[in-house]
Design a protein around this ligand. Structure first.
Ligand code: PHE
Length: 450
């Protein structure tokens, strides 16, 4: 019988620390950079509604599923599937997760590197305040030969420093104090955006859905965004849950994480779109949207450089709490399965990410004509991880928890004594039928198979 506790493994120390860490993993560039650009490219309001729908229909149940697998096994992702279904092939899902985590870490670090460049530009007074100068400043920067590279590598090295110090110390302290500060700052910017001349157009774009803009591709993107934003489908939440103490209530933690994460994404949308319409930026600009829009907002505020510096610093911190959780997926694997010490496991993970991240960093400039299916390497990594690996990983995890693992393990992890609680029944029904069917339908539909 599987043992639920293994005292030798590190654990998070407090309940509030657990929630702060799960939220720290979820809230990051996914909310502030990726959500607005995906919403902008996929029609705005209708995309946002689909995204919120997927967060609650699929996201919350899948976080619970990952939490259950992680905490009941207290292992890395691959071992976790092996422990719960010995001798079966389910552990292969863990490899998809490890692969996706490294792909995401690579391109995510490029964008996190951009936040560092902007932070330094704001602090040193290099950030232009004129719209067209800002545009040139950013496009020259991302298409350059070495600055994006230096920041990507620099960011990954910082990540190495935090992660190699161990689970508890590094991660918990950081997340506890910075997330609330960032939320307050976002609320303040939101209020500011609502007074911009383009506010009503921007808010209309985000809150009056036009469903004719939704097709199978935007549905897949909304689902991919929900997964990316909640760090699910690749075992991010599974790996974190393997360090949770037994008393933490998984259902409550999953819901809190999803609500806070969605709140931050909506705040980001309300900040960005009024400015997009005020400053005449195309909502469909893609990955560069937010980095062209935000500086325009800040530099038009009194004391703009200070706001910009503060914001990009906090965004950098939000990114690092997310990359720590991505790195942890493969580090736990290399440490426990390949028997490397923590430092070596971390160095290997970061080393691979540096090589792949360098290619992504240069794919806005010198390597921009290396394309696969019309996508640059950066876009390819982004697309394949969010729209292929995460949904597939999520579907397998859902079927696994719904059908394969013992109901007693689920009940014990959800702190249930009587097995008739309606929400648990609903959760299991969802994991058995709804989530796998919905993911498969959207996925196959967007491939044009059904
Ligand atoms: N959820 C994180 C964000 O929104 C990104 C992430 C994805 C983190 C996958 C861990 C695993 O920024």
């Amino acid at each position: 019988m599987l043992s639920d506790t293994n005292n030798k493994r590190a654990q998070f120390s407090t309940k509030i620390g657990v929630i702060a860490t799960a939220v720290g993993s979820a809230v990051g560039l996914g909310n502030i950079w990726r959500f607005p650009y995906e919403a902008g490219s996929n029609g705005g309001g209708a995309f946002m509604l689909c995204y919120i729908f997927f967060i609650f229909l699929l996201g919350v149940p899948l976080i619970c599923a990952e939490f259950i697998v992680g905490r009941s096994t207290r292992s890395n992702e691959i071992k976790a599937f092996e422990k719960l279904a010995p001798g079966k092939k389910w552990f292969l899902n863990g490899y998809i997760g490890v692969l996706a985590s490294i792909l995401i870490l690579s391109f995510y670090s490029v964008v996190a590197g951009w936040t560092l460049e902007f932070f330094i530009a704001a602090v040193t007074g290099r950030m232009p305040s004129d719209m067209s100068e800002l545009h040139d400043f950013f496009s020259e920067f991302i298409s350059g030969n070495w600055r994006p590279l230096v920041w990507t590598v620099g960011f990954l090295l910082l990540n190495y420093l935090v992660v190699s110090r161990g689970v508890q110390k590094g991660i918990e302290r950081l997340s506890n104090c910075l997330m609330p500060a960032m939320t307050l700052l976002l609320i303040a910017f939101c209020v500011n955006s609502l007074f911009l001349p383009g506010a009503s157009e921007g808010v209309g774009f985000l809150f009056s859905p036009d469903f004719s803009k939704i097709d199978s591709h935007s549905l897949l993107s909304a689902m991919g965004q929900a997964f990316f934003s909640l760090s699910i489908g690749l075992g991010g939440m599974l790996t974190y849950a393997s360090y949770f103490p037994d008393e933490v209530r998984l259902g409550r933690c999953a819901t809190t994480t999803a609500v806070l994460d969605t709140f931050v994404a909506i705040l980001a949308g309300v900040i960005i779109f009024p400015a997009v319409f005020t400053y005449g930026i195309s909502p469909q600009s893609g990955p560069t949207l937010v980095f062209e829009t935000l500086p325009a907002i800040f530099m038009n505020l009194p004391g703009g450089a200070i706001w910009a510096a503060l914001f990009f610093f906090l965004l950098f911190m939000a990114s690092i709490t997310s990359t720590i959780s991505m790195s942890e997926i493969s580090i736990a694997y290399f440490e426990e399965e390949k028997k490397l010490c923590r430092k070596k496991a971390t160095a290997l993970t970061i080393g691979i990410a540096i090589v792949l991240g360098a290619v992504c960093a240069l794919s806005f400039g010198p390597l921009s004509n290396i394309r696969f299916f019309g996508m640059t390497v950066f876009e390819l990594f982004d697309y394949v991880s969010s729209n292929v690996c995460l949904p597939v990983g999520g579907m397998v995890t859902s079927v696994f928890v719904g059908w394969v693992i013992d109901r007693k393990i689920i009940d014990r992890q959800l702190n249930i004594r009587t097995n008739s609680l309606p929400w648990v029944k609903l959760l299991i029904f969802n994991l058995r039928y709804i989530a796998p069917a919905a993911i498969a339908l959207i996925f196959l539909n967007s491939l044009g198979i059904i």
